[in-house]
Write a protein that binds this ligand. Structure first.
Ligand SMILES: C[S@@+](CC[C@H](N)C(=O)[O-])C[C@H]1O[C@@H](n2cnc3c(N)ncnc32)[C@H](O)[C@@H]1O
Length: 442
């Protein structure tokens, strides 16, 4: 059995780990019996589905066409009625599904990987577990279960960066025995205590998270950050803007619709965000992703830790990827804004160049989700769980979930993993390479 989670076994005695893993497998197969259920979060009564659209229309009427980034921000995080601010968008009854929601095996593999990297750094404490954009809190919950199992929660705390107060309360329900909104006595807007007894805090931005050795995870967070879109016309980049679609009749039917227009000239954004020698006709850039990558780099190099960024994306060759999802179908992002999720593929080349520009940072990847999960031993975990399940339906469900995560035509290829470390770890990695990232240095 010493092939199971081989990387963890590097740092803990084989026998001890083996026993612990067996216990973990029992624990999780018991959880699996209850099957992952999608609890329904009550929707705040928003009577006006057109609220966001009306706001955007007013904005455009007042100052002319807006950038796609402005549109995306308004649609997703408008405090009154933004998409993330008032609905539980995940799961079968929602608009899309993410890996942590598919099976707990996903979060387990990430948790074991984080523990292994933490041990290689000498098991520093206190530990700040940080998640950016935690959705329903499922991934953090699965990570805490594994950390608790391996008894590494001593002096640990969980820090969630979540812009939506609505989702923060859904996360609290999943993760905490108690939580409450705080008065203005610190950067956290909500505090609680997890089922495992560790403190949990919520913030609006990463910068507000207090200093400490950090195990940071961002899963499907970067793809939600607003992008500017550019189109190359006769050798110069014009910005794609959004205007009111005056010709469209849908507003009369109670539906708002917008349309794309091109800026007449280059814009300040096209001048600053387009790289020299860019050859693509269509380019999308998310400035916030550069800013947040810089904040991650600052934190990791000053305080120690590791960051794992998982998202769908490309390596600098993506073009027109801005799209919307509603009830698991791709829909027009310009129709009825606020009622569908908006997303754009993450440019991992841009993230890598931000990290690589800092000599105190070591950035690895991106590797595909398939590579990461198989190299970290997902297939052994799957086999182990399979052997504990007798019921045919549950077995099929587990197999489907496993395949969904790693099949190249499902999530295996499109989703990428990027790891960020302080450069001082380089020497340690020569002896103990980073599992999951051995095949693909960029
Ligand atoms: C696509 S969901 C991903 C949820 C979860 N990570 C998962 O994989 O299931 C995006 C999450 O990021 C949050 N979010 C979006 N933009 C944000 C921002 N600018 N700052 C903080 N959180 C943000 C959303 O509210 C939501 O929780």
């Amino acid at each position: 059995m010493n092939y199971f989670y081989p990387f963890l076994i590097m740092s803990i005695s084989k026998l001890k780990m083996f026993k612990q893993l067996l216990r973990l497998s029992k624990l999780t197969s018991k959880n699996l019996k209850q099957s992952r259920n999608y609890y329904t979060v009550k929707r705040k009564a928003i009577n006006d589905e057109q609220y966001v659209a009306k706001q955007i229309k007013q904005k455009i009427q007042a100052k002319g066409p807006i950038t796609v980034a402005e549109y995306m921000k308004e649609v997703l995080v408008n405090p009154m009625a933004g998409y993330y601010m008032h609905k539980d968008m995940l799961g079968e009854s929602g608009d899309f599904i993410t890996s942590p929601e598919i099976t707990q095996m996903f979060g387990e593999m990430i948790a074991v990987w984080l523990i292994n990297e933490w041990q290689k750094a000498g098991s520093p404490r206190p530990i700040h577990i940080i998640e950016l954009g935690p959705g329903r809190g499922t991934l953090s919950n699965d990570i805490l279960n594994v950390f608790n199992h391996f008894k590494v929660l001593h002096k640990a705390s969980l820090h969630l960066v979540e812009v939506s107060p609505f989702l923060s309360s859904a996360q609290a329900r999943r993760l905490c025995i108690q939580s409450s909104l705080t008065s203005n006595d610190g950067p956290a807007y909500r505090r609680g205590t997890s089922h495992h007894g560790i403190p949990v805090f919520w913030y609006n931005t990463l910068e507000e998270v207090p200093s400490g050795y950090s195990l940071l995870i961002a899963h499907e967070f970067f793809d939600a950050l607003p992008v500017h879109k550019f189109h190359q016309v006769h050798g110069s980049f014009k910005e794609v803007l959004i205007d009111i679609d005056t010709k469209d009749e849908s507003e009369k039917r109670g539906e708002y619709k917008f349309r794309y227009v091109l800026s007449r000239h280059e814009t300040p954004m096209s001048k600053t965000l387009i790289r020299k020698g860019e050859t693509r006709d269509h380019v999308e850039v998310a400035p916030d992703s550069i800013l947040i990558s810089q904040q991650i780099a600052e934190r990791i190099k000053k305080l120690g830790g590791v960051a794992l960024i998982c998202d769908y994306g490309h390596y600098g060759n993506g073009t027109d990827t801005f799209r919307a999802f509603k009830e698991h179908k791709q829909v027009d992002p310009l129709v009825m804004p606020g009622t569908a999720d908006l997303t754009a593929d993450v440019d991992f080349k841009l993230l890598c160049s931000t990290f690589d520009s800092d000599k105190d940072i070591l950035c690895m990847g991106p590797v595909t989700q398939r590579e990461f999960l198989l190299e970290t031993g997902l297939q052994y975990r799957f086999e182990m769980l399979k052997n504990t399940i007798k019921d045919g339906k549950r077995l099929k469900n587990l197999t489907d979930c496993y395949n969904y995560l790693i099949d190249n035509d499902k999530m295996g290829e499109r989703f990428k993993f990027l790891a960020v470390f302080p450069a001082v770890m380089k020497k340690i990695f020569e002896r103990c390479p980073v599992v999951g990232f051995q095949t693909a240095p960029h």
